[in-house]
Design a protein around this ligand. Structure first.
Ligand code: BEZ
Ligand code: FE
Length: 286
């Protein structure tokens, strides 16, 4: 039962925000106060628990650096990133579904021509990707900027290996007049999100695993259309039903068929089996 003197504290804080000039900010701080106080009322923390919560958030902040954003990882693992994404994509259906951006996007990916090999020569099962970008009416979109990035076959992104100066398994391509983007890469694998910090401790303490199912990232932007941030997941990958960041959507799970050695697209001949991925992306209007 909430005692009157306890709800009086909540009301006093809300009243103190009453003169906030910006109406949106006023709504946010009022809801924050209500929800945070309701959470504390439900949990009834001891002083020690409250202090360890503050210690945890302090550790999350300390873990952040130019190359590590532990607060986004916390948001991801609590499902908040996917909730914000869902709230901001309530438009009528038809467009490709979105999912989390993740911490490994970089805005300075090397550009690559149609049909390029973006693997940087790293080991892995060759993968030929052939995707189409179109609008809601099915018209191909030429000139779309398509960022792709993925992990290597050990589950690491290039940016997690700072000793390697070059970017690999990452590129920025441009769709052709037929809306197509094609490139060679390798089959990505399932991998754990960075779990050597407080978020990893939270996962361990709650019996959760840090793994994400195998996927390729795409960020597609074109004039006159909403930018799309999404993944394509490998059907059959481990962890599709328990992604650590809740990013899997059924429509984003794709077949990556295996082909025998021999003739491959783009005039390539391979002496080992290879995979392919085809997908049609649909961009929303603005
Ligand atoms: C990723 O897929 O790159 C990712 C997404 C969220 C948290 C960590 C990694
Ligand atoms: Fe990823």
């Amino acid at each position: 039962m909430i005692r009157p003197e306890e709800s009086a504290i909540t009301q006093a804080v809300i009243d103190r925000f009453a003169q906030t000039p910006d109406p949106r900010l006023k709504a946010i701080v009022t809801h924050l106060t209500r929800s945070l106080h309701a959470f504390v009322q439900e949990v009834e923390p001891t002083f020690d628990e409250w202090l360890s919560a503050i210690g945890f958030l302090t550790d999350v902040g300390r873990m952040c650096s130019g190359s590590r954003q532990e607060f986004i990882l916390l948001s991801d693992t609590l499902g908040v990133s996917m909730l914000v994404d869902a709230i901001n994509h309530r438009q009528a259906g038809g467009a490709t579904e979105s999912t989390v951006l993740g911490p490994f996007f970089v805005d300075t990916a090397p550009t690559a021509p149609d049909g390029a090999d973006i693997s940087g020569g790293v080991a892995g099962e060759p993968l030929y990707v052939d995707v189409t970008i179109s609008d809601l009416q099915g018209q191909p979109i030429a000139g779309a900027s398509v960022d792709v990035w993925q992990c290597d076959s050990d589950g690491f992104y290039d940016v997690q290996q700072p000793d390697l100066a070059e970017h690999f398994l990452r590129a920025r391509l441009t769709s052709g007049p037929d809306g197509k983007v094609r490139f060679w890469s390798i089959l990505p694998t399932a991998y754990p999100i960075p779990d050597d910090g407080p978020v990893g401790q939270m996962l361990k303490a709650t019996g959760r695993h840090p793994w994400r199912p195998a996927h390729l990232h795409f960020r597609i932007s074109a004039q006159g259309h909403s930018a799309l941030v999404t993944h394509l997941f490998v059907r059959g990958s481990a962890y599709l039903d328990s992604d650590a960041v809740f990013g899997v959507k059924d429509t984003l799970i794709c077949d990556f068929p295996r082909h025998p050695p021999g003739q491959a697209p783009n005039g390539r001949t391979l002496d080992r089996p290879w995979r392919s991925l085809q997908h049609a992306f649909v961009l929303d209007g603005i």
